[in-house]
Write a protein that binds this ligand. Structure first.
Ligand SMILES: Nc1ncnc2c1ncn2[C@@H]1O[C@H](COP(=O)(O)OP(=O)(O)O)[C@@H](O)[C@H]1O
Ligand SMILES: [Mg+2]
Length: 242
């Protein structure tokens, strides 16, 4: 579903991604972990072209990423993204947040878009919040709305960039539960997270990044039991020690 080859990205003299290769199979859940500044967000942002790579190739479902125009809008619909900050449209209701993209980009009728939006809001457990503005929801509810909004576009892939990092601790679980459900339903997912429990239980594969490179990759069982590199061992010692 995703094939990345030789991806490079610099910001000035700072190299954010260095020769990154990544394959994600259809239905696979890949959790990307690594220290702050290792290039995790940049990788996600390149995958739906919020950043333009300097070199390398990215294919999603067999097609090279389009640079602009309608094809780019369609790519953004195919590759749903959920960020740390919920990024909902603040002046629109939760329901309108979900219907806008499908009516504008996918060409769905208003009635069809609303029917699907209500179904998705039920699925993420906030069906009763449809008429509210985002600010009237808790952080966990807003993040679940953001996930539902991405799903409303019928994406082929979902990218999550630290989706629970900005949440109060008691709301982390409800968002991880929605993501776990999605994974079980067969969604192809790339998830950047520091939630090691989620990585252990839900990931098919863990990718460890440091200094803009993919340093190692393995099943959660392999990776957590016996990381192959010092950098991964050091990182795990820090995140698992408290
Ligand atoms: N828009 C930007 N402008 C300049 N430097 C950036 C930008 N985005 C990321 N970087 C740099 O690229 C590197 C990787 O950042 P990032 O992908 O955000 O890492 P991570 O998500 O793993 O914390 C960092 O050194 C960061 O400072
Ligand atoms: Mg980041």
């Amino acid at each position: 579903m995703i094939a990345v080859r030789g991806l490079h990205k610099r910001f000035g003299d700072q190299t954010a991604l260095r020769d990154v290769d990544l394959d994600v199979a259809r239905g696979e859940v890949v959790v990307v972990i690594g220290p702050s500044g290792s290039g995790k967000s940049t990788l996600c942002r390149c995958l739906n072209r919020l950043e333009t790579p300097d070199s390398g190739e990215i294919r999603v479902d067999g097609a090279a990423l389009p640079a602009e125009g309608r094809a780019l809008a369609r790519l953004r619909a195919d590759v749903g993204m959920v960020f740390q900050s919920f990024n909902l449209f603040h002046h629109k209701t939760v329901l309108e947040n979900l219907t806008l993209g499908p009516t504008k980009v996918r060409g769905d009728s208003r009635a069809e878009a609303e029917r699907r939006a209500r179904e998705l809001l039920d699925r993420v457990g906030i069906g009763d919040q449809a008429g509210k503005l985002p600010a009237q929801l808790s952080g966990g509810q807003q993040q679940r709305a953001a996930i539902a909004r991405a799903l409303a576009m019928r994406p082929k892939v979902m990218l999550f960039d630290e989706p629970t990092s900005a949440l109060d601790p008691e709301m982390v679980g409800e968002v991880l539960d929605v993501m776990t459900g999605l994974a079980r339903d067969g969604m192809t997912m790339v998830v950047v997270t520091h939630e090691m429990g989620f990585a252990r239980q839900v990931a098919d594969r863990v990718v460890f990044m440091a200094d803009g490179e993919v340093v190692e990759t393995g099943t959660p069982a392999e990776f957590f039991a016996s990381p192959a590199t010092d950098r991964a061992r050091d990182f795990l010692a820090k995140v698992l020690s408290h």
